[in-house]
Design a protein around this ligand. Structure first.
Ligand code: FES
Length: 107
């Protein structure tokens, strides 16, 4: 079962039971509060994750991600959680600009 570790959330571990569920939904199903201003429609970048390891385990980029990457609003190591699926173990972190003030991050 693929595993997500969120480094700056105290290395929170999440296991993916269904690889057809997008990353944002997987995170929310595991009771992790994660920003998603457009409601998971690929129209903002607030859900982005920064990838520290396992980028090969992410699904191919969607047109929405390519648009934001071209506009330099998505860096090479970043993906939109609402647009991607995971099929192996990954290490990610919350982007600094998308942190909530009510959550105690570990970096
Ligand atoms: S929630 Fe807006 S792009 Fe993912």
């Amino acid at each position: 079962m693929p595993k997500i570790v969120i480094q700056n959330l105290h290395n929170k571990e999440i296991f993916i039971r269904n690889e057809n569920t997008n990353l944002l939904d997987v995170i929310h199903e595991n009771y992790v509060d994660w920003m998603h201003a457009c409601g998971g429609k690929g129209r903002c970048t607030t859900c982005k994750v920064q990838i520290l390891d396992g980028s090969e385990c992410f699904s191919p980029e969607t047109p929405a991600e390519l648009k934001y990457r071209e506009a330099k609003r998505l860096l090479a190591n970043e993906r939109l959680a609402c647009q991607c699926h995971i099929n192996g173990d990954v290490l990610v972190k919350v982007a600094p600009e998308n942190k909530f003030s009510h959550i105690n991050y570990s970096d």
